[in-house]
Ligand binder design. Structure first.
Ligand SMILES: Nc1ncnc2c1ncn2[C@@H]1O[C@H](COP(=O)(O)OP(=O)(O)O)[C@@H](O)[C@H]1O
Ligand SMILES: [Mg+2]
Length: 131
């Protein structure tokens, strides 16, 4: 289990690297490792951009011998007013591409977004090894 505090660009890179290392440990293919690392980067960048600080937690899962990685991105930032819109391709409040959250949803096997306006955001997503 890893907790990576996210406060600066270098932390985004650190979270990405830890994700790659855990993916390797979980027996992921190099393509899946890259997809996982990309999802972690997007979530970490959102923390920096919208909440300024937060953390990425990475957990190695093992369910009946099948391994996976759970990514939990947490912050106590402003939260998201309209979650449904935030999950649509192209929606951005920062002039960005608006592909981060919907991208993470596509790249991972499970995806859950909980956000309370004014209190913070938690994204939980899992990627399982291919067998
Ligand atoms: N951690 C967060 N805290 C607050 N708002 C967020 C957070 N993550 C995403 N959002 C909101 O959801 C929108 C969509 O996010 P995303 O799909 O990553 O696109 P982008 O970052 O390019 O705008 C953001 O523009 C922002 O309004
Ligand atoms: Mg984004």
């Amino acid at each position: 289990m890893e907790h990576i505090p996210i406060r600066a660009d270098t932390d985004v890179l650190a979270a990405r690297q830890k994700g790659r290392a855990l993916g390797l440990q979980a027996g992921f293919s190099s393509i899946d490792i890259t997809l996982l690392a990309t999802a972690i980067s997007e979530l970490a960048r959102n923390i920096l951009l919208y909440a300024h600080e937060g953390e990425i937690e990475l957990r190695l899962l093992n369910e009946g011998g099948r391994r996976g990685i759970m990514v939990i991105a947490r912050d106590q930032g402003p939260g998201i007013v309209d979650i449904e819109r935030a999950l649509q391709d192209g929606f951005s409040t920062s002039g960005g591409l608006g592909l981060g959250l919907p991208g993470v949803k596509r790249l991972m096997d499970t995806f859950e977004l909980k956000s309370t306006y004014g209190a913070g955001t938690v994204v939980t997503a899992v990627k399982w090894e291919l067998r």
